[in-house]
Design a protein around this ligand. Sequence first.
Ligand code: GAL
Length: 412
Amino acid sequence: MKKQVLGLLIAASFAAPVMAEEAVEVLHWWTSGGEAAALGVLKGNLEKQGVKWNDMPVAGGGGEQAMTAVRARVTAGNPPTAVQMLGFDIQDWAKQGVLSDLNAIATKEGWDKTVPQALQKFSKYNGKWVSAPVNVHSTNWVWANKEVLAKAGVTTEPKTWEEFVAALDKVQKAGFIGLAHGGQPWQEATVFDGVVLATGGLDFYKKAFIDLDPKALNSDTMVKSFDRMAQLRKYVDKDFSGRDWNVASGMVISGKAGFQIMGDWAKGEFVGAKKVAMKDFACFRTPGTQGMVSFNADQFAMFKVGADKVAAQNKLATAILEPGFQSAFNVVKGSAPARTDVPDTAFDACGKKAIKDLAEANKSDKLVGSMAHGHAVPASIKNAFYDVITRQFNGQIDSKKAAVEMASAAKN
Ligand code: GAL
């Protein structure tokens, strides 16, 4: 007995020193049911590898508040391991030299060959990968409750703007809320992405939101786009102000409202509520934008961290681009994978459509960055646009004044 104890003591003294626990700290704005469930897939995968997940959620769809939180952390010299980020924001941080160089992992794992060019434009800075793309969302989508539509006598999917307005009218007359909407600037801008595409077409969208051409920004077409926002406003209920986007999705899910215009993260809410695509709910492109895709890709920008944290950060980057994860995550999130080699087998009808639309739009050059979600212009201009769009939607300025202000917002 004594001999045994002695043996154990000797063995213990030769055992490897206890390793510091590997951990990642991840800042993000995925706090709705569908978003949190999707993030849970990544968290679970890392924990299976023994990497602890320190969660830093900063609520607020579209990520404005999250970006303020990152600024505070970086300024204090204590950045998180990874931050959920959109388009131009990644480039802004990369410019400041605070992001990691992921080229070794990217080369080993072939990111250059599998991630679409449109995303790489934002993931790379000066030829170096600085962030890991996790999905491709798009904003020109409408979500509809099929039972509500049937009750209201809307029998076919609206294909044109006029048909859409007629459908909204029928739903409202049948006693439902026509359009579920949350009155927050980023949500109004999200609707505006699709409205501008539908009204002016792809070239106009590019001239206005990518080239910032003042003639396009202050044009009759822009005025008409704002008029259509005013048209939509009539189908929104009186309590819309400040409402979160997922609450608006909930109104469609529960049958209070007929439609919501929102990016495909909305589908995460339907899936979370056990609703079935094309049976309980329908998804279609904002009428007039068929064939076009205004995309935004969520990426995890990797910040320069201490040497003791690099191994865990690399594991996180690797896990994000892993094909099996890309499928599992995006099925729950409502988005398309950020790699072109992920099969669509596990996706529902809306997911399959998202993947197909993306591939086709990419081929036919009808893929554009979402203005509302940081893929058309840098945050400073985006926020100035938000302000104009929201004031017009709330009736504080008319369409003509809004178009004039869009042009001056771009200039400043
Ligand atoms: C977007 C983001 C989506 C979704 C949405 C609402 O900017 O790309 O993943 O989370 O905000 O929070």
